[in-house]
Design a protein around this ligand. Structure first.
Ligand SMILES: *Cc1c(COP(=O)(O)O)cnc(C)c1O
Length: 469
């Protein structure tokens, strides 16, 4: 591609992006494509000769765009948000243009040093103590895998990487039954195995494991000759926002020398607001904490902040070259590839820098506080509407509901009908075995009016489905 064509098409892409964002409110949130439609629209064989950009771009608009679910739509209330604030998109254009591989300090000093500073900013913004340092991982799943590998290595006297797990005592990891599937996968991939992930029931109003139950589980394992290695606590679990009592459970874990990791992938962003920090009271005692700025905070996917009380154990677990152990962080050189499973790294700090500078913490706090407020108001409104009941009350901006007396099939029919309507997008979860509809407000451009539209879309659709008479 000639430089002037690169410039022209870059400009076209940026113009397309701006128009796309401006017109999102007029589109149905969820893609309306049938399975296989897009696949069949793409030729079965790769082209032998090059094509014109005009034709490629036209096909993008014709085939791809209609097959997208619009995650940046202001009325996206499904899953958790994957916000890409426009300012972080601009930063990503720049990162994409430079396309640096930032595995080592010397492969792009600016990427490494900005990352160090951004993690300091985030640590302070979340109210974590100054001792914590951090690294940007590609996902919370990767951060959790890294933490589980540390748990394994610590428990096995740093021999797991070398000798493998055959013939070793069983490494045991504890968590609640509300944790994200990434925790299961981390124990699979680390070779620890599902049978050694001890899931304790989440109980009480916040959905926490019970400290006594954790104590009992650890003691039982010790008596059996197993090796208790770590605790994974969750704050704001995906289903309904279950949160462990960190102060109580980390105290038990620390008494037994366990490494502790906190998965606050979604809820962590809200901790920039001091009034919400009671949700993770006691977090400063954790060894490792992950939260995703690419969820609620507004940093374009992917951007997962992994904060560590002491990175030594992580680097000792993941560094390929032992000599780096001696230097990391102490001579002004950090090689962040030694802090994560993948070697290659994108320059992820730039979008955080642009985001935090452009909006300021006050701007981001205002957004999060609005989402929490509007979501609670919607829960109250639905609770007061005949025919609806709240299944789990709001945790920050997440709650679940269903139509009163609805069975699972009826609840699924309602959520599907709401999504087919197109005004909003919701997803379902299971609460005590029964299907419930999740609602979370969190999209960057969401307004109070959009949440109002959600109320109308929910109640109007339910009325339409209700048997007449
Ligand atoms: C989203 C989420 C994850 C997974 O995050 P990825 O970055 O996609 O790996 C893990 N835990 C919780 C609680 C989440 O909400």
């Amino acid at each position: 591609m000639q430089p002037q064509d690169f410039e022209e098409w870059s400009r076209k892409a940026a113009e397309w992006g701006a128009t796309y964002r401006r017109t999102l409110r007029d589109r149905p949130v969820r893609a309306r494509t049938r399975p296989g439609e897009i696949y069949r629209a793409i030729p079965a064989h790769p082209p032998e000769t090059g094509d014109e950009m005009q034709a490629i771009f036209a096909d993008f608009e014709r085939i791809i765009e209609p097959g997208m679910t619009h995650w940046q739509h202001p009325r996206f209330f499904a899953y958790f948000p994957a916000n890409a604030a426009p300012v972080s998109v601009v930063a990503e254009y720049l990162v994409t243009a430079m396309a640096a591989q930032c595995m080592l300090w010397q492969t792009s000093p600016a990427a490494t040093e900005l990352e160090t500073r951004m993690m300091e900013w985030l640590r302070e913004a979340l109210g974590l103590p100054p001792g914590f340092s951090g690294v940007i991982q590609d996902s919370a799943s990767s951060a959790t895998l890294a933490a589980v590998l540390v748990m394994r290595e610590r428990a096995l006297d740093w021999q797991g990487n070398i000798a493998g797990l055959a013939g070793q005592a069983r490494v045991r990891i504890y968590c609640s039954d509300q944790v994200h599937s990434s925790i299961d996968r981390a124990v699979w991939i680390s070779g620890i195995g599902q049978d050694n992930l001890v899931k304790l029931p989440a109980q009480g109003p916040t959905g926490s494991i019970c400290a006594d139950a954790l104590e009992d589980a650890i003691r039982t394992d010790l008596e059996a000759g197993h090796r208790p290695a770590g605790l994974i606590a969750c704050i704001g679990a995906t289903g309904t926002g279950a949160s462990d009592d960190l102060r109580a459970v980390i105290a038990v874990a620390r008494r037994h020398g366990l490494y502790t990791h906190v998965d606050a992938a979604w809820a962590g962003a809200a901790m920039i607001c001091p009034e919400f920090r009671k949700l993770w009271d006691g977090v400063e005692q954790a060894d490792s904490v992950v939260f995703n700025p690419h969820k609620w905070l507004g940093a374009q996917f992917d951007c997962s902040a992994h904060l560590l009380r002491d990175p030594d154990a992580l680097v000792r677990t993941l560094a390929i070259q032992p000599e780096y152990l001696k230097t990391h962080g102490h001579d002004g050189i950090v090689n962040y590839s030694e802090w994560s499973v993948p070697l290659g790294r994108r320059f992820r700090a730039l979008k955080l820098w642009f985001l935090l500078r452009f909006h300021g913490l006050e701007g981001l706090r205002r957004m999060i506080r609005n989402h929490v407020r509007w979501s609670r108001a919607l829960a109250d409104r639905l609770a007061a509407t005949p025919g609806f009941c709240i299944v789990t009350p709001p945790v920050l901006s997440l709650f679940s509901f269903r139509a009163e007396g609805a069975d699972d099939a009826q609840t699924i029919a309602l959520v599907n009908a709401i999504n087919d309507d197109g005004r909003i997008y919701l997803t379902q979860t299971r609460v005590e075995g029964r299907v419930a509809i999740r609602f979370q407000a969190g999209q960057f451009d969401c307004t109070e009016e959009d949440v109002d539209t959600a109320y109308r879309a929910i109640t109007e659709t339910a009325a339409r489905l209700a048997p007449s008479g």
